[in-house]
Structure formats: C-alpha cells, structure tokens
Design a protein around this ligand. Structure first.
Ligand SMILES: Nc1ncnc2c1ncn2[C@@H]1O[C@H](COP(=O)(O)OP(=O)(O)OP(=O)(O)O)[C@@H](O)[C@H]1O
Ligand SMILES: [Mg+2]
Length: 326
C-alpha cells in the first residue's frame, strides 16, 4: 500500500505589504506519497518558493500563514516547537535552495561545511568516518573525492549545485525539496543535475519535490506534476496523463509552449501577464488570460474536479463538459 508522506490541507500564505496582503499561496491542498518525484511547475511569482518555504517552516516576516495544515511523515509541521524544528529541518526535510550557488559559505571548505551540518544535528564522526562519508556522498552526486577540500569559489556552477544536493541528502531526509536547482545552468549540466537527483532518490529512497518552470525537464524527471498558477494548484496528476491529456487550459498552454522537433508545430505563448497577488482576479484567476473563458469564469471560483485520489483540476470547463454529456 502506498504511504502518504506529505499532506497539505487548505494552506494559505500571505506577505504583508504597505498596499495590503500578497496572497502568495491560496487554499492549496495536495499529497505526496513515499517515493514520489513530484514536479511543481508554474510561472515566476506563482508561489512555488513560498510553498517550499512553508513546508520547511521557513516563512519569515512579512510572510505569515493565516491558516492550513502541513503534515510530514505524521509530524504537524506548523505546530512544531522551536527545539523540534531544528531536528526536523535536514533530518525530515532538506532543501536544495533556489540560487544554491550563493547559499554556500564562501570562506569555508565544502567538507568543513558538511561537517558543520553533521555536528549541528548531533552526528559526531571521527576523521576517518567523516572522510569515508564525504567520499561516499561525493560519489553519489558524481563529484571527485577531493571536492570536500575545495572552497566554493573553486567550483563550477554545476559542481556547486551537486554539492548542495550532497548537503541536502547528507542527513538522509524523508523529503528533499529542490527549488529550481538547474535554472542558472546550461542544458547539458541541467540534465546531469537532474540525473544526480534521480540517483540520490534511488540510493536513499527519498521523496522529491522538484520546483521549476521548465515543463519539459520537469516532466522527464517527475512521476507526478502539480501545476501552480497565482498561488493555487490548478491541476495535479501523473506526468504521463497530464502530458497526454491536460485538463486545465493553463496546463495545455504550458505543454504547447514546448518546442517539438518532430512535428515542428507552432509554439504557443501565454497571452498577458501573471496577475498581481495583491488584488488577484475574481472567479478563476486564470480567466483574463484563458483562451477558453466563458460565462462563469470571471465570477465564480471553480470547484475542484477530482479525477481520482491523486489527480484533480480546477476549471469550469469540467461542469460545461458534463452538461454536454447529459
Ligand atoms: N518577502 C516578500 N514580501 C512581499 N511579497 C513577497 C515576498 N516574497 C515573495 N513575495 C511575493 O509572493 C509571490 C510568490 O513568490 P515566490 O517567490 O513564492 O514565487 P515563485 O513561484 O517561487 O517565483 P520564481 O519562479 O520567480 O522563483 C510573488 O508575487 C512575490 O512577489
Ligand atoms: Mg522561486
């Protein structure tokens, strides 16, 4: 039987600003099963990093969580005490942060930084055990065994990204969140970093939440996809099904915007700009840009159309199509 590792129920995350609250994550619910490789896709500003930070309990002022639940491996994340929070981070969930390149400490060698993380979590290793562990981690992420002796500035972008992945897995967390780990890399290195995540997943059996906006890359890596628009998950399902039959017009456009060398079909862009989350559109938030917009879209928030216990989408077309069938 599959086991739910992450359960998010009706989560809201806002940022207080002078103009009012930015509703960065809006009534979002989804579940990850153990071993899932879940790809979270969405345009810039759709709330992906905010969601990732919420799972890590890393939302800082002016951000706040007005309501919602996050359960990771049975732990009620939003009600963890400060002392449990430290242990929770890294051992239950670890992040390969967006701009991981800049997240490394420039004045400490890679191995020292990794040892700091072990010590922070009460793992004391002898020099030879540490060397062995670092060597093993470097091998898993495809780096030479001398990399722990180097400073971050001595590494290429792809190498730094792999070091970040090694750091994320070093304490064997249940869930690894990789926030756009490839966005600053060329396509060959992007592929290698994604393959590295795959190997790490196989070796450690972790569940992975990969955040990104390259639909093609995400679909290749993930067994399930979540499509985020303006702080909401508009469609969730298996990568195969979403690619063969997207249900939400936004998902459809994201797929049509991918180049296809076989058919050389015309690329489709998304008209208009993403909405401001300070004062988002009424009804379905995608309606001002949607090519299939019709009557109820501007006024009514669409219900969630449940396909099965792992797949849903939110679009008024569902009820229109049902009415047609009747
Ligand atoms: N500290 C903050 N103060 C106010 N608004 C914020 C803050 N951080 C994020 N936001 C807003 O929250 C929304 C979601 O931001 P977030 O960084 O989560 O998006 P994202 O999907 O990760 O984008 P990207 O793909 O560019 O990384 C955006 O509208 C952003 O402007
Ligand atoms: Mg982001």
């Amino acid at each position: 039987m599959s086991e739910d590792i992450l359960k998010i129920n009706n989560l809201f995350v806002n940022y207080k600003t002078r103009q009012g609250d930015v509703k960065a994550v809006n009534n979002l619910s989804f579940t990850l099963e153990k071993g899932d490789k879940f790809g979270l896709v969405g345009e810039s500003g759709s709330g992906k990093t905010t969601l990732a930070n919420a799972i890590l309990r890393m939302i800082k002022p002016p951000g706040y969580i007005p309501s919602g639940d996050i359960f990771l491996d049975g732990t009620d994340v939003l009600n963890l005490s400060d002392s449990d929070l430290r242990k929770f981070r890294s051992t239950s969930v670890a992040i390969v942060p967006q701009a991981a390149m800049n997240a490394l400490n420039p004045v400490r060698r890679v191995g020292q930084q990794m040892n700091d993380a072990f010590r922070d979590h009460g793992v004391k290793l002898s020099k030879s055990d540490l060397n062995y562990r670092l060597g093993e981690l470097m091998e898993t992420v495809g780096l030479r065994s001398d990399v722990p002796n180097l400073f971050p500035h001595e590494l290429s972008g792809g190498m730094k990204q792999r070091v970040s992945i090694a750091m994320a897995v070093s304490l064997n967390p249940t869930l690894i969140i990789a926030d756009e780990p490839t966005s600053a890399l060329d396509v060959v290195v992007q592929r290698q970093v994604i393959d590295t995540l795959d190997q790490v997943k196989e070796k450690y059996g972790a569940t992975i939440l990969l955040v990104g906006h390259d639909m093609g890359l995400m679909a290749q890596f993930s067994n399930r996809l979540g499509i985020m628009y303006a702080g909401e998950l508009v469609e969730v399902g298996s990568s195969d099904k979403i690619f063969s039959k997207p249900n939400h017009p936004y998902t459809e456009i994201l797929i049509s915007s991918l180049p296809d060398t076989k058919t050389k079909r015309k690329l489709v862009g998304i008209p208009g700009l993403p909405p401001t989350l300070l004062d988002p559109p009424t009804g379905c938030k995608f309606h001002p840009r949607c090519p299939k917009v019709f009557d109820p879209c501007s006024d009514l928030i669409p219900d969630k159309e449940i396909i099965d216990n792992k797949s849903f989408f939110s679009c008024h077309l569902a009820s229109k199509n049902r009415a047609k069938v009747k």
